[in-house]
Design a binder for this molecule. Structure first.
Ligand code: SF4
Length: 196
């Protein structure tokens, strides 16, 4: 099926494909720039996200904003989505059947966006996108992969960084690598000429 952003959102709004629909307050569709070349993928909505229907708006989202700003990006320059669109109870990791049920939505988002780079935020997103159930994010972070012609970088989820601030230095390395890859791929606006 050929989706548009509007038809995809309409389909998702009424979704009952998995039991996560039962307790949700809001679907968290994803947001950002539909022309963005960088897609950030997290795990799933938390409490604040479920309440507001927007991705990464709680404390982890504030950290994500600071992380993006540290490399000169903001939410207008990327697109942000999650593996599952409804909040798992007590913020547990989504179950395999929930991931399986929800993945067609993320695949449709990828087809619409056609990103050049996907950044997997955290182990759950990296495991799903790289099809590696045994993946350990502490080992995998900072490594680049190519998945169907899309560059993929895994790094830590901001929630994890809030719990383990000693890992922020590694995340900073990953962000710098992201910035460098974007420059290499010509995905950043050239700096404005001075004195013109
Ligand atoms: S998590 Fe995904 S598959 Fe499950 S109900 Fe929500 S939108 Fe549907």
């Amino acid at each position: 099926m050929e989706w548009t952003w509007e038809s995809l959102r309409a389909q998702m709004e009424g979704c009952t494909r998995c039991p996560l629909c039962e307790r949700r307050q809001h679907i968290v569709f994803g947001e950002g720039n539909p022309q963005a070349k960088v897609l950030l993928v997290g795990e799933g909505p938390g409490e604040v996200e479920d309440k507001e229907g927007r991705p990464f708006v709680g404390p982890a989202g504030q950290l994500l904003d600071r992380m993006l700003a540290s490399i000169g990006l903001d939410r207008n320059g990327v697109y942000i989505a999650n593996i599952v669109k409804c909040r798992p109870p007590q913020n547990r990791v989504p179950l395999p059947q929930e991931v399986e049920a929800c993945l067609p939505f993320l695949r449709a988002q990828v087809r619409l966006l056609r990103p050049a780079i996907i950044v997997a935020l955290g182990g759950t997103a990296a495991k799903v996108i790289l099809h590696d159930e045994d993946l350990r994010i502490t080992r995998e972070r900072g490594r680049w992969h190519s998945v169907k012609g899309v560059e993929l970088l895994a790094t830590y989820h901001p929630s994890f960084l809030l719990r383990s601030p000693e890992r922020k230095r590694e995340a900073w390395e990953d962000l710098k690598a992201l910035r460098a890859r974007m420059e290499l791929m010509g995905l950043l606006e050239p700096p404005e000429a001075e004195g013109v």
